[in-house]
Design a protein around this ligand. Structure first.
Ligand SMILES: *Cc1c(COP(=O)(O)O)cnc(C)c1O
Length: 362
């Protein structure tokens, strides 16, 4: 079997050891004569997986008891609505920092629920090439919360500093860079991340919510949409996506096994420097639209002189087993998503191809 060199943006690559473990356990989980998918979500086999996934996450990130860890469904897109449903009460307003397509969607959804305002946008000429500086963000001193998007999956920008929300609760959509490195959870009141970028398969989302913030949430919305419901029931209020959570467990166990977040950060930095290094060496032939200080370590985007040349790059890369390099349909160009599961050798192969293609066509 030859595994693809997978640069998909999401669903994305999953670490091979996590997949192999799933293969080995698929037909007979823990001697039960059934796959984990066939177990009751109330039984002890599934419950042990569920608890282990939460415990692994708490250990890896150092999440304190001041936070609930939740498994939710509906993806980050549902959170765009559910966050304001819970935390944007009547007479309140929430602040949104707009750094890309996903934060625009989050802002639009919040406006359907209540009052939301733009605390800053880095959109220029219809595109995004950077994250803001602290000075550019004007925070409403009475904002219900401030919403940011830590990594801009489409345009390839990423925050490399933490916004000071000036005492307001800070909410972050970390879907495309959650767990790429260690970070201080205590700066945030609510964090959410869909699993299909950095954590496993699609179908489940992880949320961390500070208990003191949760205490402020509305209790007059439907039960299923209240975060408190899921917190109170250990994310077992309704049937959770058991297989997706099982896969997240496998991915987190792999992550711990390789040395946790400090180890993955070192790998991620090496990968980013290999790929940006190759693009920068051939500057002129390739063009990286993102300002250097805002470059994403997870989604690397670049352009070539023409769409025809970009198409040729994608087609030739494919003959080398590399897939997923076409930019998002709304942005165009090229994009390589180099999440945690994409190893250094895979990125090295792409960086070599970047050099080779420039030499041949430059
Ligand atoms: C992928 C992504 C989303 C959307 O996730 P869905 O699971 O499709 O809802 C939202 N925000 C960010 C930052 C993303 O990368």
């Amino acid at each position: 079997m030859k595994r693809a060199l997978n640069f998909n943006a999401g669903p994305a690559a999953i670490p091979l050891p996590a997949l192999e473990r799933a293969r080995d356990e698929l037909l007979d989980f823990n001697g039960s004569g059934m796959s984990i998918m066939e177990h009751s979500h109330r039984g002890k086999d599934y419950e042990s997986v569920h608890r282990e996934a939460i415990a692994l996450l708490r250990r890896l990130l150092g999440v304190s008891d001041a936070y609930e860890v939740l498994f939710l469904t509906g993806g980050a897109s549902q959170q765009f609505a559910q966050v304001p449903m819970n935390f944007l009460g009547p007479g309140r307003s929430a602040d949104y920092v707009i750094t890309g397509g996903w934060s625009e969607k989050a802002f639009e959804e919040a406006q359907r629920v209540g009052a939301a305002r733009v605390a800053c946008t880095t959109k220029r000429d219809g595109t995004f090439t950077r994250v803001p500086t602290q000075d550019e963000v004007s925070i409403d001193p009475s904002a219900a919360y401030v919403h940011v998007t830590s990594n801009n999956t489409l345009y390839g920008t990423q925050w490399h500093w933490d916004l000071d929300p000036k005492g307001r609760p800070l909410v972050s959509d970390m879907s495309s860079d959650f767990l790429w490195k260690p970070f201080d959870v205590s700066r945030y009141d609510f964090i959410y991340a869909g699993a299909q970028k950095n954590l496993g398969p699609s179908g489940v989302l992880i949320a961390l919510v500070k208990k003191s913030f949760l205490a402020e949430a509305r209790a007059d919305i439907p039960v299923i949409f209240r975060y408190a419901t899921h917190a109170k029931n250990d994310s077992l209020y309704n049937t959770p996506p058991t297989f997706a959570i099982y896969m997240v467990r496998n991915v987190l166990a792999w992550l711990e096994g390789i040395g946790g977040l400090p180890a993955i950060e070192a790998r991620n930095r090496e990968k980013a420097s290999l790929l940006y290094g190759a693009l920068d060496r051939n500057e002129g032939f390739y063009r990286c639209p993102v300002e250097r200080a805002s470059r994403s370590t997870m989604n690397v985007v670049w352009r070539l002189a023409s769409e025809a040349l970009e198409d040729r790059f994608v087609a030739e890369a494919k003959t080398h087993g590399m897939i997923g390099l076409k930019g998002h349909r709304s942005v165009g160009g090229l994009r390589a998503s180099i999440y945690n599961a994409v190893d250094v050798a895979t990125v090295k192969a792409l960086a070599d191809f970047v050099d080779e293609f420039a030499k041949k066509n430059g």
